[in-house]
Design a protein around this ligand. Structure first.
Ligand code: HEC
Ligand code: HEC
Ligand code: HEC
Ligand code: HEC
Length: 366
Protein backbone atom coordinates (compact mmCIF):
# COMPACT_ATOMS: atom_id res chain seq x y z
CA UNK A 1 0.00 0.00 0.00
CA UNK A 2 1.34 3.33 -0.97
CA UNK A 3 0.78 6.23 1.39
CA UNK A 4 0.93 9.44 -0.56
CA UNK A 5 2.40 12.49 1.02
CA UNK A 6 -0.62 14.77 1.30
CA UNK A 7 1.42 17.73 2.40
CA UNK A 8 2.83 17.88 -1.07
CA UNK A 9 -0.62 18.40 -2.53
CA UNK A 10 -1.47 20.94 0.11
CA UNK A 11 1.64 22.96 -0.57
CA UNK A 12 1.05 22.72 -4.31
CA UNK A 13 -2.39 24.23 -3.71
CA UNK A 14 -0.92 27.06 -1.67
CA UNK A 15 1.80 27.65 -4.23
CA UNK A 16 -0.77 27.59 -7.01
CA UNK A 17 -2.86 30.19 -5.20
CA UNK A 18 0.21 32.35 -4.61
CA UNK A 19 1.18 32.19 -8.26
CA UNK A 20 -2.36 33.02 -9.28
CA UNK A 21 -2.61 36.26 -7.42
CA UNK A 22 -2.01 39.29 -9.49
CA UNK A 23 -0.85 37.67 -12.72
CA UNK A 24 -3.01 36.89 -15.68
CA UNK A 25 -0.44 36.78 -18.40
CA UNK A 26 -1.73 37.04 -21.97
CA UNK A 27 -2.66 35.42 -24.28
CA UNK A 28 -5.99 34.43 -22.75
CA UNK A 29 -8.60 32.14 -24.20
CA UNK A 30 -12.29 32.96 -24.23
CA UNK A 31 -15.03 30.36 -24.23
CA UNK A 32 -18.61 31.34 -25.01
CA UNK A 33 -20.96 29.90 -22.37
CA UNK A 34 -24.26 31.66 -22.97
CA UNK A 35 -26.21 33.76 -25.46
CA UNK A 36 -24.13 35.60 -28.02
CA UNK A 37 -23.56 39.26 -27.26
CA UNK A 38 -24.46 38.96 -23.56
CA UNK A 39 -20.90 38.65 -22.36
CA UNK A 40 -21.60 35.17 -21.00
CA UNK A 41 -18.12 33.92 -21.55
CA UNK A 42 -15.26 32.55 -19.52
CA UNK A 43 -11.74 33.91 -19.86
CA UNK A 44 -8.91 31.50 -19.18
CA UNK A 45 -5.22 32.08 -18.96
CA UNK A 46 -3.43 28.86 -19.97
CA UNK A 47 -0.75 29.45 -17.33
CA UNK A 48 -3.29 29.85 -14.58
CA UNK A 49 -5.08 26.71 -15.77
CA UNK A 50 -1.88 24.71 -15.56
CA UNK A 51 -1.48 25.77 -11.93
CA UNK A 52 -5.07 24.84 -11.12
CA UNK A 53 -4.58 21.41 -12.68
CA UNK A 54 -1.40 20.91 -10.67
CA UNK A 55 -3.17 21.85 -7.45
CA UNK A 56 -6.08 19.46 -8.03
CA UNK A 57 -4.43 16.08 -8.46
CA UNK A 58 -6.09 13.14 -6.78
CA UNK A 59 -4.13 10.68 -4.58
CA UNK A 60 -3.77 7.12 -5.79
CA UNK A 61 -6.55 4.85 -4.53
CA UNK A 62 -5.83 2.03 -2.10
CA UNK A 63 -6.51 -1.30 -3.92
CA UNK A 64 -10.12 -2.44 -3.54
CA UNK A 65 -11.00 -5.35 -1.24
CA UNK A 66 -13.92 -7.79 -1.14
CA UNK A 67 -17.25 -6.90 0.41
CA UNK A 68 -17.72 -10.58 1.34
CA UNK A 69 -17.00 -12.04 4.74
CA UNK A 70 -17.99 -10.98 8.23
CA UNK A 71 -19.36 -7.48 8.70
CA UNK A 72 -17.60 -4.91 10.85
CA UNK A 73 -20.76 -4.68 12.95
CA UNK A 74 -20.45 -8.37 13.88
CA UNK A 75 -16.79 -8.16 14.86
CA UNK A 76 -16.23 -4.70 16.30
CA UNK A 77 -17.82 -3.24 19.39
CA UNK A 78 -18.59 0.39 18.67
CA UNK A 79 -19.38 0.97 15.01
CA UNK A 80 -22.38 3.15 14.28
CA UNK A 81 -21.80 4.40 10.76
CA UNK A 82 -19.62 1.73 9.10
CA UNK A 83 -20.99 -1.46 10.64
CA UNK A 84 -22.44 -2.62 7.31
CA UNK A 85 -18.99 -2.85 5.68
CA UNK A 86 -17.04 -6.08 5.45
CA UNK A 87 -14.08 -6.14 7.83
CA UNK A 88 -11.77 -5.79 4.82
CA UNK A 89 -13.62 -2.73 3.52
CA UNK A 90 -13.69 -1.25 7.01
CA UNK A 91 -9.93 -1.58 7.43
CA UNK A 92 -9.30 -0.15 3.97
CA UNK A 93 -11.47 2.86 4.75
CA UNK A 94 -9.66 3.46 8.08
CA UNK A 95 -6.39 3.50 6.11
CA UNK A 96 -7.84 5.90 3.53
CA UNK A 97 -9.26 8.22 6.18
CA UNK A 98 -5.87 8.32 7.85
CA UNK A 99 -4.25 9.28 4.55
CA UNK A 100 -6.85 11.99 3.86
CA UNK A 101 -7.16 13.57 7.30
CA UNK A 102 -4.16 12.74 9.49
CA UNK A 103 -1.29 11.48 7.30
CA UNK A 104 1.28 12.71 9.81
CA UNK A 105 -0.34 11.53 13.05
CA UNK A 106 -1.67 8.21 11.67
CA UNK A 107 -4.33 6.07 13.38
CA UNK A 108 -3.49 7.68 16.71
CA UNK A 109 -5.07 10.94 15.64
CA UNK A 110 -8.39 9.30 16.47
CA UNK A 111 -7.41 6.24 18.54
CA UNK A 112 -5.31 6.18 21.69
CA UNK A 113 -2.33 3.83 21.46
CA UNK A 114 -2.67 0.95 23.91
CA UNK A 115 -6.39 1.51 24.34
CA UNK A 116 -8.97 -0.53 22.40
CA UNK A 117 -10.00 0.91 19.04
CA UNK A 118 -13.61 0.87 20.28
CA UNK A 119 -13.05 3.63 22.85
CA UNK A 120 -14.43 7.08 22.01
CA UNK A 121 -11.77 8.90 24.03
CA UNK A 122 -10.60 11.45 21.49
CA UNK A 123 -12.84 14.21 20.18
CA UNK A 124 -11.37 13.65 16.73
CA UNK A 125 -12.93 10.17 16.60
CA UNK A 126 -16.34 11.49 17.59
CA UNK A 127 -16.10 14.29 15.03
CA UNK A 128 -15.04 11.74 12.38
CA UNK A 129 -18.15 9.66 12.98
CA UNK A 130 -20.26 12.73 12.25
CA UNK A 131 -18.08 13.54 9.24
CA UNK A 132 -18.59 10.03 7.84
CA UNK A 133 -22.36 10.42 8.14
CA UNK A 134 -22.18 13.94 6.63
CA UNK A 135 -20.21 12.62 3.63
CA UNK A 136 -22.52 9.63 3.15
CA UNK A 137 -25.54 11.93 3.39
CA UNK A 138 -24.13 14.35 0.80
CA UNK A 139 -23.58 11.52 -1.65
CA UNK A 140 -26.90 9.82 -1.00
CA UNK A 141 -29.21 12.82 -0.72
CA UNK A 142 -27.55 15.71 -2.55
CA UNK A 143 -27.07 14.20 -5.98
CA UNK A 144 -28.58 17.40 -7.40
CA UNK A 145 -25.33 19.05 -6.41
CA UNK A 146 -22.54 16.49 -6.03
CA UNK A 147 -23.90 13.79 -8.35
CA UNK A 148 -21.24 12.90 -10.87
CA UNK A 149 -18.02 13.43 -8.97
CA UNK A 150 -19.29 12.75 -5.44
CA UNK A 151 -17.55 13.68 -2.19
CA UNK A 152 -14.96 11.98 0.01
CA UNK A 153 -13.10 13.31 3.04
CA UNK A 154 -10.31 14.29 0.68
CA UNK A 155 -12.58 16.71 -1.22
CA UNK A 156 -12.42 19.00 1.83
CA UNK A 157 -9.45 17.81 3.90
CA UNK A 158 -6.67 17.17 1.33
CA UNK A 159 -4.32 15.83 3.97
CA UNK A 160 -5.12 18.52 6.56
CA UNK A 161 -6.63 17.82 10.01
CA UNK A 162 -9.05 20.70 9.36
CA UNK A 163 -9.83 21.76 5.78
CA UNK A 164 -7.95 24.79 4.55
CA UNK A 165 -11.04 26.89 3.75
CA UNK A 166 -13.48 27.10 6.65
CA UNK A 167 -15.26 30.01 8.29
CA UNK A 168 -16.48 31.02 11.72
CA UNK A 169 -18.90 33.78 12.59
CA UNK A 170 -17.28 37.18 12.16
CA UNK A 171 -13.76 36.25 10.95
CA UNK A 172 -12.24 36.94 7.51
CA UNK A 173 -11.21 33.63 5.87
CA UNK A 174 -8.74 33.07 3.08
CA UNK A 175 -9.61 33.46 -0.57
CA UNK A 176 -9.79 30.35 -2.66
CA UNK A 177 -8.93 31.43 -6.17
CA UNK A 178 -6.26 34.00 -5.41
CA UNK A 179 -7.90 36.32 -7.92
CA UNK A 180 -7.39 40.04 -7.55
CA UNK A 181 -10.56 41.56 -6.14
CA UNK A 182 -12.21 44.84 -5.63
CA UNK A 183 -12.19 45.36 -1.89
CA UNK A 184 -15.85 46.16 -1.66
CA UNK A 185 -18.13 43.33 -0.58
CA UNK A 186 -15.51 40.64 -0.86
CA UNK A 187 -16.93 38.13 1.57
CA UNK A 188 -15.32 38.40 4.97
CA UNK A 189 -12.99 41.22 3.94
CA UNK A 190 -11.53 42.59 7.14
CA UNK A 191 -11.76 46.19 5.95
CA UNK A 192 -15.50 45.80 5.45
CA UNK A 193 -15.87 45.40 9.18
CA UNK A 194 -14.87 49.03 9.60
CA UNK A 195 -17.25 50.26 6.93
CA UNK A 196 -21.00 49.93 6.67
CA UNK A 197 -20.53 47.04 4.24
CA UNK A 198 -21.56 43.54 5.21
CA UNK A 199 -18.60 41.21 5.51
CA UNK A 200 -20.25 38.04 6.80
CA UNK A 201 -22.77 36.74 4.26
CA UNK A 202 -22.15 33.18 5.46
CA UNK A 203 -24.09 33.41 8.72
CA UNK A 204 -27.07 34.84 6.87
CA UNK A 205 -27.11 32.53 3.86
CA UNK A 206 -25.09 29.41 4.71
CA UNK A 207 -26.28 28.96 8.29
CA UNK A 208 -29.56 30.80 8.77
CA UNK A 209 -32.39 29.96 6.44
CA UNK A 210 -32.59 32.96 4.12
CA UNK A 211 -32.92 33.06 0.35
CA UNK A 212 -30.49 35.41 -1.39
CA UNK A 213 -33.12 37.37 -3.31
CA UNK A 214 -33.32 41.12 -3.66
CA UNK A 215 -34.36 42.04 -7.20
CA UNK A 216 -37.79 43.56 -7.70
CA UNK A 217 -40.14 41.99 -10.22
CA UNK A 218 -41.79 45.20 -11.33
CA UNK A 219 -40.22 47.99 -13.39
CA UNK A 220 -40.96 50.61 -10.76
CA UNK A 221 -40.24 50.06 -7.04
CA UNK A 222 -43.86 49.41 -6.14
CA UNK A 223 -44.02 47.80 -2.74
CA UNK A 224 -40.51 46.42 -3.15
CA UNK A 225 -38.95 45.90 0.23
CA UNK A 226 -35.33 44.89 -0.22
CA UNK A 227 -32.91 47.27 1.44
CA UNK A 228 -29.57 48.43 0.09
CA UNK A 229 -28.04 46.52 2.96
CA UNK A 230 -29.61 43.23 1.89
CA UNK A 231 -28.47 43.91 -1.68
CA UNK A 232 -24.92 44.36 -0.41
CA UNK A 233 -25.25 41.08 1.51
CA UNK A 234 -26.28 39.20 -1.62
CA UNK A 235 -23.45 40.76 -3.57
CA UNK A 236 -21.01 39.72 -0.86
CA UNK A 237 -22.26 36.13 -1.07
CA UNK A 238 -21.98 36.23 -4.86
CA UNK A 239 -18.38 37.42 -4.61
CA UNK A 240 -17.71 34.35 -2.49
CA UNK A 241 -19.38 32.05 -5.04
CA UNK A 242 -17.20 33.47 -7.81
CA UNK A 243 -14.04 33.36 -5.73
CA UNK A 244 -14.64 29.85 -4.39
CA UNK A 245 -15.20 28.42 -7.86
CA UNK A 246 -12.65 30.59 -9.68
CA UNK A 247 -15.32 31.80 -12.10
CA UNK A 248 -17.03 35.10 -12.89
CA UNK A 249 -20.69 36.00 -12.45
CA UNK A 250 -21.63 34.86 -15.94
CA UNK A 251 -20.72 31.26 -15.11
CA UNK A 252 -24.20 31.23 -13.59
CA UNK A 253 -26.01 34.44 -14.59
CA UNK A 254 -26.98 36.33 -17.68
CA UNK A 255 -25.96 39.78 -16.49
CA UNK A 256 -28.86 41.49 -18.29
CA UNK A 257 -31.21 39.87 -15.78
CA UNK A 258 -29.42 38.50 -12.73
CA UNK A 259 -32.61 37.33 -11.05
CA UNK A 260 -34.23 35.51 -13.98
CA UNK A 261 -33.79 31.75 -13.64
CA UNK A 262 -34.92 31.09 -17.20
CA UNK A 263 -32.07 33.21 -18.54
CA UNK A 264 -29.43 31.77 -16.21
CA UNK A 265 -27.09 28.86 -16.90
CA UNK A 266 -27.92 25.47 -15.42
CA UNK A 267 -24.91 25.96 -13.13
CA UNK A 268 -26.98 28.48 -11.18
CA UNK A 269 -29.55 25.82 -10.31
CA UNK A 270 -26.69 23.57 -9.21
CA UNK A 271 -25.35 26.39 -7.08
CA UNK A 272 -28.77 26.82 -5.47
CA UNK A 273 -28.78 23.16 -4.46
CA UNK A 274 -25.24 23.61 -3.18
CA UNK A 275 -26.41 26.47 -1.00
CA UNK A 276 -29.12 24.29 0.57
CA UNK A 277 -26.67 21.41 1.04
CA UNK A 278 -24.11 23.63 2.79
CA UNK A 279 -26.81 24.96 5.11
CA UNK A 280 -27.75 21.42 6.08
CA UNK A 281 -24.11 20.44 6.61
CA UNK A 282 -23.50 23.38 8.91
CA UNK A 283 -26.68 23.01 10.94
CA UNK A 284 -27.22 19.28 11.10
CA UNK A 285 -23.62 18.02 11.19
CA UNK A 286 -20.97 20.66 11.90
CA UNK A 287 -22.72 22.66 14.62
CA UNK A 288 -23.40 19.60 16.81
CA UNK A 289 -19.66 18.72 16.82
CA UNK A 290 -19.07 21.96 18.65
CA UNK A 291 -20.00 20.20 21.90
CA UNK A 292 -16.72 18.24 21.74
CA UNK A 293 -14.32 20.72 20.15
CA UNK A 294 -11.40 22.15 22.09
CA UNK A 295 -11.33 25.95 22.26
CA UNK A 296 -8.46 26.16 19.75
CA UNK A 297 -10.77 24.63 17.13
CA UNK A 298 -13.47 27.24 17.69
CA UNK A 299 -13.92 30.76 16.37
CA UNK A 300 -13.70 33.80 18.65
CA UNK A 301 -17.43 33.54 19.34
CA UNK A 302 -17.09 29.90 20.36
CA UNK A 303 -18.60 28.35 17.23
CA UNK A 304 -17.29 25.42 15.16
CA UNK A 305 -15.42 26.02 11.92
CA UNK A 306 -17.93 25.67 9.13
CA UNK A 307 -18.31 24.76 5.46
CA UNK A 308 -18.72 27.23 2.60
CA UNK A 309 -18.33 26.76 -1.14
CA UNK A 310 -14.53 27.06 -0.95
CA UNK A 311 -14.24 24.17 1.55
CA UNK A 312 -14.81 21.72 -1.33
CA UNK A 313 -14.20 23.80 -4.45
CA UNK A 314 -10.92 25.46 -3.39
CA UNK A 315 -10.86 27.72 -6.44
CA UNK A 316 -11.95 25.09 -9.00
CA UNK A 317 -15.30 25.16 -10.85
CA UNK A 318 -15.71 21.52 -9.80
CA UNK A 319 -13.76 20.22 -6.77
CA UNK A 320 -10.62 18.36 -7.92
CA UNK A 321 -11.70 19.38 -11.43
CA UNK A 322 -14.50 16.84 -11.40
CA UNK A 323 -12.38 13.76 -10.59
CA UNK A 324 -14.60 11.02 -9.17
CA UNK A 325 -12.80 9.67 -6.10
CA UNK A 326 -16.03 8.26 -4.73
CA UNK A 327 -15.99 5.54 -7.39
CA UNK A 328 -12.98 4.08 -5.57
CA UNK A 329 -14.67 4.39 -2.16
CA UNK A 330 -18.31 3.36 -2.73
CA UNK A 331 -18.69 2.73 1.03
CA UNK A 332 -19.04 6.49 1.45
CA UNK A 333 -21.84 6.79 -1.08
CA UNK A 334 -24.71 5.75 1.21
CA UNK A 335 -25.74 6.14 4.82
CA UNK A 336 -25.57 2.96 6.92
CA UNK A 337 -28.87 1.05 6.43
CA UNK A 338 -30.52 1.79 9.77
CA UNK A 339 -29.41 5.37 9.81
CA UNK A 340 -31.52 8.42 9.29
CA UNK A 341 -29.67 11.52 8.06
CA UNK A 342 -27.79 13.07 10.96
CA UNK A 343 -28.71 10.20 13.30
CA UNK A 344 -25.08 9.83 14.36
CA UNK A 345 -25.25 12.68 16.83
CA UNK A 346 -28.83 12.54 17.97
CA UNK A 347 -27.81 11.69 21.52
CA UNK A 348 -25.68 14.79 21.74
CA UNK A 349 -27.74 17.62 20.42
CA UNK A 350 -31.26 18.35 19.49
CA UNK A 351 -30.82 18.77 15.81
CA UNK A 352 -32.14 21.83 14.15
CA UNK A 353 -33.48 20.41 10.95
CA UNK A 354 -32.59 22.49 7.96
CA UNK A 355 -35.66 23.60 6.15
CA UNK A 356 -35.10 23.46 2.45
CA UNK A 357 -38.30 24.96 1.18
CA UNK A 358 -37.05 28.52 1.20
CA UNK A 359 -37.12 29.09 -2.47
CA UNK A 360 -37.84 27.51 -5.76
CA UNK A 361 -35.46 26.66 -8.54
CA UNK A 362 -38.10 27.41 -11.12
CA UNK A 363 -38.79 30.78 -12.61
CA UNK A 364 -41.74 31.94 -10.58
CA UNK A 365 -40.28 32.76 -7.18
CA UNK A 366 -38.20 35.85 -6.77
C1 HEC B 1 -9.75 10.53 11.45
C2 HEC B 1 -10.16 9.60 12.48
C3 HEC B 1 -9.75 8.13 12.39
C4 HEC B 1 -8.54 7.64 12.05
C5 HEC B 1 -7.29 8.39 11.61
C6 HEC B 1 -8.62 6.21 12.20
N1 HEC B 1 -9.86 5.86 12.66
FE1 HEC B 1 -10.46 3.98 13.20
N2 HEC B 1 -12.30 4.72 13.70
C7 HEC B 1 -12.71 6.01 13.50
C8 HEC B 1 -14.14 6.09 13.73
C9 HEC B 1 -15.01 7.34 13.58
C10 HEC B 1 -14.56 4.79 14.10
C11 HEC B 1 -15.99 4.36 14.40
C12 HEC B 1 -16.75 4.06 13.11
C13 HEC B 1 -18.23 3.78 13.31
O1 HEC B 1 -18.81 4.27 14.29
O2 HEC B 1 -18.83 3.09 12.46
C14 HEC B 1 -13.38 3.97 14.09
C15 HEC B 1 -13.37 2.62 14.43
C16 HEC B 1 -12.27 1.77 14.32
C17 HEC B 1 -12.27 0.35 14.66
C18 HEC B 1 -13.43 -0.42 15.26
C19 HEC B 1 -13.20 -0.61 16.75
C20 HEC B 1 -14.41 -1.18 17.50
O3 HEC B 1 -14.31 -2.26 18.05
O4 HEC B 1 -15.46 -0.52 17.51
C21 HEC B 1 -11.04 -0.13 14.32
C22 HEC B 1 -10.55 -1.57 14.46
C23 HEC B 1 -10.27 0.97 13.78
N3 HEC B 1 -11.04 2.11 13.80
C24 HEC B 1 -8.99 0.89 13.31
C25 HEC B 1 -8.24 1.95 12.79
C26 HEC B 1 -6.92 1.81 12.26
C27 HEC B 1 -6.11 0.53 12.18
C28 HEC B 1 -6.52 3.06 11.85
C29 HEC B 1 -5.22 3.50 11.13
C30 HEC B 1 -4.97 2.78 9.88
C31 HEC B 1 -7.62 3.96 12.16
N4 HEC B 1 -8.65 3.25 12.71
C32 HEC B 1 -7.58 5.33 11.92
C33 HEC B 1 -11.92 7.09 13.16
C34 HEC B 1 -10.59 7.01 12.77
C1 HEC C 1 -17.73 19.25 3.26
C2 HEC C 1 -16.40 19.31 3.81
C3 HEC C 1 -15.93 18.17 4.70
C4 HEC C 1 -15.92 16.82 4.41
C5 HEC C 1 -16.43 16.12 3.17
C6 HEC C 1 -15.29 16.19 5.53
N1 HEC C 1 -14.95 17.11 6.47
FE1 HEC C 1 -14.00 16.74 8.26
N2 HEC C 1 -14.13 18.73 8.72
C7 HEC C 1 -14.77 19.69 7.97
C8 HEC C 1 -14.86 20.92 8.74
C9 HEC C 1 -15.51 22.21 8.28
C10 HEC C 1 -14.23 20.67 9.98
C11 HEC C 1 -14.10 21.63 11.16
C12 HEC C 1 -15.34 21.54 12.05
C13 HEC C 1 -15.34 20.44 13.06
O1 HEC C 1 -14.27 20.10 13.61
O2 HEC C 1 -16.43 19.90 13.36
C14 HEC C 1 -13.79 19.28 9.94
C15 HEC C 1 -13.13 18.65 10.99
C16 HEC C 1 -12.74 17.32 11.00
C17 HEC C 1 -12.01 16.68 12.05
C18 HEC C 1 -11.48 17.36 13.32
C19 HEC C 1 -10.00 17.63 13.15
C20 HEC C 1 -9.36 18.46 14.20
O3 HEC C 1 -8.11 18.39 14.27
O4 HEC C 1 -10.03 19.20 14.93
C21 HEC C 1 -11.84 15.37 11.69
C22 HEC C 1 -11.09 14.29 12.47
C23 HEC C 1 -12.49 15.18 10.41
N3 HEC C 1 -13.03 16.39 10.02
C24 HEC C 1 -12.58 13.98 9.73
C25 HEC C 1 -13.26 13.81 8.52
C26 HEC C 1 -13.44 12.53 7.88
C27 HEC C 1 -12.92 11.21 8.40
C28 HEC C 1 -14.14 12.76 6.74
C29 HEC C 1 -14.65 11.78 5.70
C30 HEC C 1 -15.46 10.68 6.19
C31 HEC C 1 -14.40 14.19 6.66
N4 HEC C 1 -13.86 14.79 7.76
C32 HEC C 1 -15.09 14.82 5.63
C33 HEC C 1 -15.23 19.55 6.68
C34 HEC C 1 -15.34 18.33 6.01
C1 HEC D 1 -21.95 29.62 -8.92
C2 HEC D 1 -23.09 30.31 -9.44
C3 HEC D 1 -23.20 31.79 -9.19
C4 HEC D 1 -22.25 32.75 -9.42
C5 HEC D 1 -20.82 32.58 -9.90
C6 HEC D 1 -22.87 34.02 -9.11
N1 HEC D 1 -24.16 33.81 -8.72
FE1 HEC D 1 -25.52 35.25 -8.25
N2 HEC D 1 -26.89 33.82 -7.70
C7 HEC D 1 -26.68 32.48 -7.78
C8 HEC D 1 -27.80 31.80 -7.15
C9 HEC D 1 -27.96 30.30 -6.99
C10 HEC D 1 -28.68 32.79 -6.70
C11 HEC D 1 -30.03 32.59 -5.97
C12 HEC D 1 -29.77 32.40 -4.50
C13 HEC D 1 -31.05 32.17 -3.71
O1 HEC D 1 -32.12 32.07 -4.29
O2 HEC D 1 -30.95 32.06 -2.46
C14 HEC D 1 -28.09 34.06 -7.07
C15 HEC D 1 -28.66 35.31 -6.82
C16 HEC D 1 -28.13 36.50 -7.27
C17 HEC D 1 -28.82 37.79 -7.18
C18 HEC D 1 -30.19 37.99 -6.57
C19 HEC D 1 -31.26 37.71 -7.58
C20 HEC D 1 -32.65 37.93 -7.00
O3 HEC D 1 -33.51 37.08 -7.23
O4 HEC D 1 -32.85 38.92 -6.31
C21 HEC D 1 -27.98 38.72 -7.74
C22 HEC D 1 -28.27 40.19 -7.91
C23 HEC D 1 -26.77 38.05 -8.15
N3 HEC D 1 -26.91 36.70 -7.85
C24 HEC D 1 -25.68 38.66 -8.70
C25 HEC D 1 -24.45 38.03 -8.92
C26 HEC D 1 -23.21 38.72 -9.23
C27 HEC D 1 -23.08 40.21 -9.39
C28 HEC D 1 -22.24 37.77 -9.35
C29 HEC D 1 -20.74 37.95 -9.60
C30 HEC D 1 -20.07 38.75 -8.59
C31 HEC D 1 -22.89 36.48 -9.13
N4 HEC D 1 -24.21 36.67 -8.85
C32 HEC D 1 -22.23 35.25 -9.20
C33 HEC D 1 -25.59 31.84 -8.37
C34 HEC D 1 -24.41 32.47 -8.75
C1 HEC E 1 -19.36 18.95 -0.25
C2 HEC E 1 -18.56 19.55 -1.29
C3 HEC E 1 -19.15 20.74 -2.03
C4 HEC E 1 -19.55 21.95 -1.50
C5 HEC E 1 -19.50 22.38 -0.05
C6 HEC E 1 -19.99 22.74 -2.61
N1 HEC E 1 -19.88 22.03 -3.77
FE1 HEC E 1 -20.32 22.70 -5.64
N2 HEC E 1 -19.80 20.89 -6.45
C7 HEC E 1 -19.34 19.82 -5.71
C8 HEC E 1 -19.09 18.71 -6.61
C9 HEC E 1 -18.56 17.34 -6.22
C10 HEC E 1 -19.40 19.17 -7.92
C11 HEC E 1 -19.27 18.41 -9.24
C12 HEC E 1 -20.50 17.59 -9.48
C13 HEC E 1 -20.47 16.92 -10.85
O1 HEC E 1 -19.59 16.10 -11.09
O2 HEC E 1 -21.33 17.25 -11.68
C14 HEC E 1 -19.86 20.55 -7.76
C15 HEC E 1 -20.28 21.34 -8.82
C16 HEC E 1 -20.71 22.64 -8.70
C17 HEC E 1 -21.17 23.47 -9.79
C18 HEC E 1 -21.24 23.06 -11.26
C19 HEC E 1 -19.98 23.57 -11.90
C20 HEC E 1 -19.84 23.26 -13.36
O3 HEC E 1 -19.49 24.17 -14.11
O4 HEC E 1 -20.07 22.09 -13.73
C21 HEC E 1 -21.51 24.69 -9.27
C22 HEC E 1 -22.04 25.89 -10.02
C23 HEC E 1 -21.26 24.63 -7.84
N3 HEC E 1 -20.78 23.36 -7.53
C24 HEC E 1 -21.49 25.67 -6.96
C25 HEC E 1 -21.33 25.58 -5.57
C26 HEC E 1 -21.65 26.66 -4.67
C27 HEC E 1 -22.18 28.00 -5.07
C28 HEC E 1 -21.38 26.20 -3.41
C29 HEC E 1 -21.58 26.91 -2.09
C30 HEC E 1 -22.93 27.36 -1.81
C31 HEC E 1 -20.88 24.83 -3.55
N4 HEC E 1 -20.87 24.50 -4.87
C32 HEC E 1 -20.49 24.03 -2.48
C33 HEC E 1 -19.11 19.78 -4.34
C34 HEC E 1 -19.36 20.80 -3.46
Amino acid sequence: MKIINMKWFASAAVLGAALLSGCDIPPQETVQRGYRGTGMEAVYSPEVLADIVAANQVPEAIPAVSSDGPKAGDIYQNVEVLGHLSVGEFTRLMAAITEWVSPEQGCNYCHVAGEGFEADTLYTKKVSRVMIAMTQNANENWGAHVGGAGVTCYTCHRGNNVPEYVWTIGVPPRHASGMVHQMQNVAHQESNAYASLPFDPFTRYLLEDNAARVAGDTALPTGHESTIESTEYVYSLMMHYSDALGVNCTHCHNSRAFAAWDQSNSERVKAWHGQQMVKEMNNAYINPTNAWLPAYRQGPLGDAQKVNCATCHQGAYQPLLGANMLADYPNLSRLAPAQEPAAAMEETTEMESASLDNGSTSGEAH
